[in-house]
Design a protein around this ligand. Structure first.
Ligand code: NAI
Length: 336
């Protein structure tokens, strides 16, 4: 079957790592017609926005996208097109599986967890204003609707994937009303899933536990900002941002992207690790039902990682983006 899928190369290392994924998927026999769309700073002058309508139209039509990272200026400038995309398409769940890949060095060898991040509200509501010079208010929005929706997503996913436990991560000891509401919603949903163990943990204690013994976690459910930070922490448990895949999911639309950003200091140098985007593409293939291509790409990645001859610098090797990409293509198992 042939699929039309939107491709957002993004900027920074985005074009290099998405190109790698496109090549590997093609070699694995996935019949995809890519509709390439641009977003971010480069299109701002031309369209007057970092997220032009034709990006949204294309994803609305195709329902699935593979996305590279897009740079957002720090402390000034335009607001994040990444956040805008998630909000506009109501991609309310961010799903980030974090698992050891044999051959990729890390401090742990027993990590197998999934971060589920609420993707539409919290501190990311972007509602900030100057009250008086020197005083800024930033609003954290938590709603019953979004908190219940992400809770149901997490428990349904846990049930489907045969996961044993969901940990709800919060700071309701301090943010009693906002995080308190989030927790209340998770608790209510958790009661419908008696076969899944449910626990609650304060965000700071969770970070300590994660770096002490990540094997005690299974599914971690949390609000937007906590999910953003904890995902990067979890990436560090299994080899770093170069290997950690992700998906933004909603009812009807799915945008697959790595956890990492645009890594400007190594952009355009053929140094970036494409594995995180390639593994995000594996999630995408599974999502569209292309199990055989997914199996082949994943096996190719695992073989290259295990053999260790073509690893990029972030993984302790010397291979370039194109070296590791070609190595994966060469390592693809035969079609069954
Ligand atoms: P980053 O994830 O781009 O980089 C953090 C560190 O990890 C850097 O040392 C970088 O070189 C390294 N790294 C990241 N991905 C790598 C890869 N594939 N291969 C090798 N090394 C890799 O985070 P940073 O520097 O905080 O953000 C840079 C820009 O990216 C910012 O403008 C930020 O807003 C944006 N960003 C965009 C995201 C998205 O589009 N979804 C997500 C996160 C950040």
């Amino acid at each position: 079957m042939s699929y039309a899928i939107t491709l957002l190369p993004g900027d920074g290392i985005g074009p290099e790592v998405t190109e790698a994924a496109v090549k590997v998927l093609e070699a694995a026999g996935a019949d995809i017609r890519w509709e390439v769309k641009e977003a971010g700073a480069d299109v701002l002058a031309k369209y007057g926005t970092t997220l032009p309508d034709d990006v949204l139209d294309s994803i609305s039509k195709n329902r699935v996208a593979l996305k590279g990272p897009i740079t957002t200026p720090i402390g000034t400038g335009f607001s994040s097109p990444n956040v805008a995309l998630r909000k506009k398409l109501n991609l309310y769940a961010s799903l980030r599986p974090v698992k050891n890949i044999p051959g990729i060095r890390s401090r742990y060898d027993n990590v197998d967890l999934i971060v589920v991040r609420e993707n539409t509200e919290g501190e990311y509501s972007g509602i900030e204003h100057i009250v008086i010079p020197g005083v800024v208010e930033s609003l954290k929005i938590i709603t019953e609707t979004a908190s219940t929706r992400i809770s149901r997503f997490a428990f349904e996913m846990a049930r489907k994937e045969g996961r044993r436990k969901v940990t709800s991560v919060h700071k309701a000891n301090i943010m009693k009303m906002s995080d308190g509401l989030f927790l209340e919603c998770v608790r209510k949903v958790s009661r419908e899933y008696s076969e899944i163990e449910y626990e609650e943990m304060i965000i700071d204690a969770t970070c300590m536990q994660l770096v002490s013994d990540p094997s005690r976690f299974d599914v971690l459910l949390m609000e937007n900002l906590y999910g953003d930070i904890v995902s990067d922490l979890c990436a560090g448990l299994v080899g770093g941002l170069g290997v950690t895949a992700g998906a933004n999911l909603g009812d009807g639309f799915a945008v697959f992207e790595a956890v990492h950003g645009s890594a400007p200091t190594i952009a355009g140098q053929n140094k970036a690790n494409p594995l995180a985007v390639i593994l995000s593409a594996v999630m995408m293939l599974r999502h569209i039902g292309e199990q055989e291509a997914a199996r082949r790409v994943e096996a190719g990645v695992y073989r290259v990682a295990f053999e260790g001859r073509y690893l990029t610098r972030d993984l302790g090797g010397t291979a370039s983006t194109s070296d590791i990409t070609q190595a994966i293509i060469d390592a693809l198992p035969d079609a069954s």
